[in-house]
Write a protein that binds this ligand. Structure first.
Ligand code: PMP
Length: 444
């Protein structure tokens, strides 16, 4: 399929791609959503599945009714679809349904910390806070550094693995950055981690929706031990996330959430936990969310993750090329064209506050972007070269605005025309900075 036909086809898969919204001047335009790294709109197929499934929806597992059995089958079948999607091990891995990536990592960190709190966890300087904060109060955490372009330093990873030889329990790393769009070499990282006796967790929140991922066989040195991701970034925004990992790990220890559904037998004297995944899915499960995620995955599969990756790469490269030509725009990446990345990029415009720029784009052009530190504070702080003195200052002076970036993040339904509109507006803003600054001077 030619890019243009593919683009039109992909756009038709998503609900709300052509929604009219008001601008500051009262005129209505099609909203341009460049905030897909935060969350994505649903696929039509996902909404249809939910409506089709709704009459059959019922309580699962212990229900004896026909609908209950049907709902249970769908819920359990979902785990197989997910395993196949990321090439997890069909017998040794377990898929635990969670609310989102954040919850998945919290559940895992809680569980792993029950074994030995003396262990070291190697996180990195480029993590989302979801893959940083849950480790801090449970382990000694060290952060693998980044280079001058904000890329992960594999040298530093190896140095730290050497320094804490035998003590590192886990290397926890994002598959792709939600700030720079860099894709980390997870196979290489896995190999290194295993070489030093550690396991690896990949935060797949930004990678899984944009590229294929292979957890690889257990006997491969490049095997991914744990993988987490969120359905709401995969066109299935119905409150479901995933934690995948070795079943035997979850057989041990106590679950983070305790209550009904996760036990085999309880008396006032003892608790006998159910086996995983039920043990970690206490309370009434989100069956509709699972139905949505399965259909989301099936739709992504029907397009082909390689097709999605190629289309989105072309789009983001086009955007990067255009942005580089606009004066006063600074891009926060090493933006080589042939470099593999996911479809997002962050930037600043000299002389205009990042929040104001985001507001101008929204109110003048109907373009939704994100601005700030993107829940990756340490990473953005490093990209902006903020010193620890600077950070102390912002920490203690709440009336002083903290620096930040503007981010565009593309979904498979975005197109070249939308990028052209963004580029035109940015160009117009750069050339009329004072006019826009005056007009939006009250925006903080
Ligand atoms: N990790 C990364 C890299 C992310 O971009 C996000 C979402 N912005 C998360 C984790 C957290 O995902 P969720 O909000 O779905 O828990």
């Amino acid at each position: 399929m030619k890019d243009i036909e593919l683009s039109a086809y992909l756009r038709r898969l998503v609900i709300g791609a052509n929604t009219k919204i008001p601008l500051a001047n009262g005129e209505y335009v099609n909203e341009i959503n460049f905030d897909n790294a935060a969350t994505t709109p649903p696929f039509f197929s996902v909404m249809k599945e939910i409506t089709d499934f709704a009459p059959w929806y019922s309580s699962i597992h212990r229900g004896s009714g026909y609908k209950s059995k049907l709902s249970s089958n769908l819920y359990e079948h979902g785990r197989e679809v997910i395993k196949k999607f990321v090439n997890a091990d069909h017998t040794r891995d377990v898929v635990i349904y969670t609310k989102n990536t954040t919850e998945s990592i919290n559940i895992l960190s809680y569980r792993l910390s029950q074994e030995n709190k003396q262990h070291v966890v190697l996180s990195t300087d480029m993590e989302h806070l979801a893959n940083d904060l849950p480790w801090r109060d449970k382990f000694q955490v060290e952060y693998v550094g980044i280079d001058e372009y904000g890329k992960l330093s594999l040298n530093d990873l190896e140095n730290k693995l050497l320094k804490y030889k035998g003590k590192v329990k886990l290397v926890t790393v994002t598959g792709a950055s939600n700030v720079t769009g860099y894709i980390n070499p997870i196979s290489k990282i896995a190999k290194l981690a295993h070489q030093y006796g550690a396991q690896i967790l990949v935060d797949g929140a930004q990678l899984v929706p944009h590229d294929s991922i292979d957890m690889k066989a257990y006997d491969s040195p490049e095997h991914i031990d744990y993988l987490v991701f969120s359905a709401h970034k995969m066109y299935a925004p119905f409150g479901i996330g995933v934690l995948i990992g070795p079943k035997d790990i979850f057989e041990k220890g106590e679950p983070a959430y305790q209550g009904g559904g996760g036990v085999r037998l309880v008396s006032h004297q003892f608790i006998e936990w159910d086996s995983p995944p039920a043990k970690d899915e206490t309370g009434t499960p989100n069956v509709i969310g699972v139905a949505a995620l399965i259909t989301g995955i099936e739709t992504l599969n029907s397009i082909g993750m390689n097709v999605i990756h190629e289309y989105e790469s072309n789009l983001i490269n086009y955007a990067i090329e255009g942005l580089s030509e606009i004066p006063n725009i600074k891009l926060y990446c090493h933006c080589e064209k042939n470099e593999k990345r996911v479809s997002l990029i962050s930037f600043t415009m000299q002389g205009i506050d990042y929040n104001v720029l985001a507001e101008i784009l929204s109110l003048e052009a109907g373009i939704a972007v994100r601005s700030g530190l993107f829940c990756a504070h340490p990473y953005v702080e490093k990209l902006l070269n903020l010193s620890s003195e600077d950070l102390e200052y912002f920490h203690h002076n709440h009336d002083v605005p903290v620096p930040g970036l503007v981010r565009i993040s593309l979904g498979l339904y975005n197109n070249y025309n939308e990028i052209d509109i963004l580029l035109q507006f940015l160009d117009r803003i750069v050339r009329n900075k004072n006019y826009y600054k005056q007009k939006y001077k009250n925006i903080k």
